[in-house]
Ligand binder design. Sequence first.
Ligand code: HEM
Length: 418
Amino acid sequence: MSDGNLDLAADHRARAQAVDLAAFSPAQPDLFQNDVMWPYFERLRKESPVHFTPDSDHGPYWSVTKYNDIMAVDTNHQVFSSEGGITIFEQIGGEGPLPMFIAMDPPKHDIQRKTVTPAVSPTNLTLLEPLIRERAGQILDSLPVGETFDWVDKVSMELTAMTLATLFGVDQADRRKLTYWSDVVTAAPGHGLIDTPEQKMQIFVEYHAYFTELWNQRVNADPTGDLISMLAHGEATRDMSPREYFGNVVLLTVGGNDTTRNTITGSVYALNKNPDQYAKLRANPDLIPSMVSETIRWQTPLAHMRRRALADYELGGKLIRKGDKVVMWYVSGNRDEEVIENPDAYIIDRPRPRQHLSFGFGIHRCVGNRLAELQLRVIWEEILKRFPEIVVVSEPKRVFSTFVKGYESLQVVIPRRL
Ligand code: HEM
């Protein structure tokens, strides 16, 4: 960390202590972009773990910041509904939020989820593994040695885009379109990728047209194992409206993309920040699976999920009223010192590395969690065969978002091959 970053972190530690909690909203994307939200969440966990913000850019809302409270909300879909949206912000668009099964309650959620689950079943993952390994090897073999390059662009995006293109059954030549569309979905207008909501809508038109064409192709062909064919032929999904189909496409594009990409990048960054852990990994590659889980906890690629209360509910001594918006801050729960020992530290051989909130819990628990872990494991098995070290040369550029917690770029150099 540079001196400037240390100053900024110290400044925010002081500000977090001084801030008036009664009016405080942790949903400030610049805090996340500068990676300085930690002391604010630490204070909330201590002083106001179930916290009400009366007014914010997203209206009034509750913040749930402790591990067990988050678990209580996430596993209680009878009271905490996902219907209509799972982010603190509302979606841009004329016709209201796009319907997608992550933003639905039972029974519709359950039957739509069941339709796509076979794509990421253990059997399918076993079939996918050699392909992922071959691609990971090709990507790594093509990297420059002794030259600075962006790990996000050359590795994290490439591998995850290739996997997603395979899952959708689309041409590999189009893989980076998926990455681009996924980024547009989560981009804040005026902060990099797109300038205005209108521009976002315009890109959505192309994205929509591309996937409508795919639906038309698949619905008129015999069923195959790809996600589009599953949706087009699935009993629960074949009659859904074009908007609902597109909503689910958006879910699967974003779900299968940013999260895994940001974990791949996060692993390189975290191991550089913690050279003792990197040395431990090199000395014992059997630690890869637990390093992967520790990175997923440490990174928390999705910082929050949002719900809406369907009934009055008491949590942590506070009364959440029917209709209130409730945000589960996974990013904070994963650093809850009462549940996870030494939670700010990155320790690749923790006793229970899968004990984290990053995939959520309950009926919406991430459907792709094993696929994400698989991609992470394989890329690291292949990295360790090839490079003694990947060196991060500057601090990463982080995403301006309170939802996607990730990296726009990470400059690295590979000094030599093994
Ligand atoms: C749901 C995180 C990778 C597809 C979720 C949820 C989280 C999450 C937090 C919501 C859980 C809840 O509300 O309780 C992650 C992380 C990943 C990852 C951290 C990588 C490290 C993937 C991949 C796919 C995927 C690779 C692709 C297949 C989905 C889908 C849902 C979901 C479809 C909706 C599930 C439902 O509503 O039933 N994910 N995800 N995710 N994820 Fe992931």
